[in-house]
Design a protein around this ligand. Structure first.
Ligand SMILES: [Zn+2]
Length: 387
């Protein structure tokens, strides 16, 4: 059985039933009145009830807040903050997918600040506005293996007024404790297992390809990709495969650790498309992946050869990696073209402009122009894998 306790990049408890350690971690962090944050879909799962009862049974005055929607917005965070204040909570436990974890981290950051949440948008030195002694400790417990929000120092919260997804950042948003319990992700259906797992892959892949100098992140990315290659097909075909679930949770945390190095055009396009279309972030990255690799080919051949060796592919070149990704996508029933999920490209100019301006675009090996993004997007709409 796979089990581990690590202190990098945060304190991580990995293994079946590691959820049981939540009480002792609350105690160690000085949390006596935790608020558990999840989404309404998760609220009735047994493990939420078990968690809340185990906290209460240990004389922690726990409460549950389950009003987090997918792509959480400012209202969700405000409602959570109101409950924190009402119950005089002194810590936050986020459990669920990336949305719940992002919301939990934002609530913990902003609950007792004198400024409003948007003042901490990840622009310039805004993060220095945070009164650090008022940030609540946060414990993160992911139930999906994809975003890696549990090891991230930022949250994406939608600002409804401005109609934009806003990145809120502060180093203290990195959860103090991360619990990776594979038993919590066994219920995830195959389609979501595939989409979230491909998001984890896209994080490691884009981090690897990003040209900045960061060998540590590259090493994590390479091994993260190897783990996705070995375990995502297993988790997809048998959701009860505990080892595969465990390895995918770790691969997801690794992807998000690696992408401090940078993301790239997959995420620039996926963020833009996600803002205008009702499509899963991981699914968008999965579909876009080969088109972006082909567009970047001239700059990433050496890295793809290195990746091919890590994956022990028979063709140890760019083409070997491309073939592997196309076969992996197929085996996970992921569509080849954006048109297959109802995206027809009529908004190509707007998407291209949004992608150029997306913060992830700066990490791509080639700084694509709006025209290049438009071409890349249309190739993905039409399923044309050409440079
Ligand atoms: Zn992503």
């Amino acid at each position: 059985m796979l089990k581990g306790t690590w202190n990098y990049p945060s304190h991580i408890e990995a293994g079946s039933n590691s959820l049981d350690s939540c009480v002792e971690h609350c105690m160690a962090l000085g949390i006596r009145r935790p608020m558990v944050v999840c989404d309404p879909g998760l609220k009735d799962f047994d493990f939420i009830e078990t968690l809340v009862q185990s906290l209460k049974g240990s004389e922690l005055d726990a409460c549950l807040f389950s009003q987090i929607q997918a792509n959480p917005n400012g209202d969700n965070v405000s409602a959570g903050i109101a409950q924190v204040k009402q119950n005089r909570c002194d810590g936050v436990i986020g459990i669920g997918g990336g949305s719940s974890l992002d919301a939990a981290k934002a609530i913990a950051l902003a609950a007792f600040q004198s400024r409003e949440l948007w003042d901490f948008e990840d622009v310039g030195n805004n993060w220095k506005r945070v009164q650090e002694d008022k940030v609540l400790p946060c414990i993160a417990i992911p139930t999906t293996a994809g975003t890696g929000s549990e090891v991230g120092r930022a949250s994406v919260i939608t600002n409804q007024e401005r109609q934009v997804k806003t990145i809120i950042f502060h180093p203290l948003m990195l959860p103090k404790v991360v619990i990776l319990d594979p038993l919590l992700s066994v219920g995830l259906p195959p389609k979501l297992t595939a989409a979230t797992g491909m998001d984890a892959l896209s994080h490691s892949l884009e981090a690897l390809c990003s040209p900045s100098y960061h060998p540590m992140a590259e090493a994590i990315a390479l091994e993260g990709i190897r783990m996705v290659a070995d375990y995502l097909p297993r988790a997809f075909s048998n959701g009860q495969d505990i080892d595969a679930r465990m390895q995918m949770l770790v691969a997801s945390s690794m992807g998000a650790t690696a992408f401090q190095k940078g993301l790239g055009a997959m995420h620039a396009l996926a963020h833009s498309l996600g803002a205008l279309h009702n499509a899963h972030h991981g699914m968008l990255n999965a579909i876009l992946m080969p088109y972006v690799l082909v567009a970047n080919k001239s700059q990433i051949q050496e890295k793809m050869a290195r990746l091919a060796r890590q994956l022990d592919l028979s063709d140890q070149s760019f083409d070997g990696v491309l073939t592997w990704i196309l076969e992996l996508r197929k085996s996970l029933s992921i569509p080849h073209a954006l048109s297959e999920i109802g995206i027809d490209g009529t908004d190509a100019e707007r998407i291209a402009q949004m992608s150029v301006n997306d913060p992830s675009a700066g990490g791509n090996p080639i700084l694509f122009s709006a025209e290049q993004y438009q071409q890349l997007y249309m190739n993905a709409v039409n399923g044309e894998l050409i440079p």
